[in-house]
Design a protein. Structure first.
Length: 276
């Protein structure tokens, strides 16, 4: 009787073992397919109408019939998002999403964005300026290093920050004009203000959304798309609100700067996409 019972138990254990093997689950620590990422470039080409922007050497004319030159052009681009073919959005991590475009520095005009999910992209969105979250961080915090560092680097060198009224200058446009009423014949447009730190101010942050007309930006592990974005400085003067240098040779701290911000929000367009 005992021998028969042991034989039955052995058979049951053997069968149970087979069942467990056949129904075994994958190891939870087993590697899954890695998420593939690639690189995309956004290249900003500053122009005036149908001409390439040349610092100091070329005189242009705005819609008010006023001549002007450009001696300095800087602006911040931040909070970049890329729209995929399926309508989903890839948000560039914030710590990798702050840039200053400087006409005097051609290297600053090409933004290289790495670790982008592979796929086909049909548009881009970005902020002109530095958002309130970064603006209110302590100046020596890690989130305000690099291009946002007000003590060293390009921000300090280009004077893109108001120390007396803490805040970044989102866009700085300077030059000369025969129509300027300043003693030195210069004009100055320094546009900032993010809505206020301790009290409410105007908010000159502007979001720009651009589609890639007739093209898509391809991101793979080996293909890099270079999106050429033109910024037409003429539209700072000739946007929704016409800007006169004679009437407004210097704009920095007034409510009327919001009209300049509205104008420069409309100066961008995608010219073409090059595949590298």
């Amino acid at each position: 009787m005992m021998k028969r019972t042991l034989s039955w138990l052995s058979a049951w254990a053997f069968a149970s073992g087979l069942l467990m093997v056949s129904c075994s689950f994958p190891d939870e620590n087993e590697d899954t397919d890695p998420i593939e990422t690639g690189t995309i470039q956004l290249q900003f080409d500053n122009i005036v109408g149908n001409q390439d922007l040349q610092l100091d050497s070329t005189r242009y004319q705005n819609a008010a019939g006023e001549d002007f030159t450009v001696s300095k052009l800087n602006y911040y681009i931040s909070n970049i998002k890329l729209t995929r073919m399926d309508g989903s959005v890839f948000t560039v991590p914030q710590d990798s999403s702050y840039f200053m475009i400087r006409e005097a520095d051609s290297q600053s005009q090409k933004l290289t964005i790495r670790n982008v999910l592979t796929g086909d992209y049909t548009g881009v969105e970005f902020l002109v300026g530095v958002d309130s979250t970064r603006s209110v961080m302590e100046p020596d915090s890690p989130g305000r290093k690099g291009i946002l560092d007000i003590y060293a680097g390009p921000t300090n060198e280009e004077e893109m920050y108001w120390n007396w009224n803490p805040g970044y200058i989102f866009l700085k446009l300077e030059g000369s004009s025969d129509s300027s009423t300043t003693p030195n014949g210069k004009y100055y447009y320094h546009i900032g203000f993010f809505g206020g730190r301790t009290e409410r101010t105007i908010n000159n942050l502007r979001t720009v959304k651009l589609n890639f007309p007739g093209q898509k930006a391809i991101v793979t592990t080996s293909i890099v798309s270079n999106v050429i974005i033109q910024a037409d400085i003429q539209k700072i003067f000739n946007g929704p609100t016409q800007l006169s240098i004679k009437t407004s040779p210097s704009l920095m701290f007034t409510d009327s700067t919001k009209y300049v911000a509205d104008n420069y929000a409309n100066m961008f367009n995608v010219k073409e996409i090059k595949i590298n």
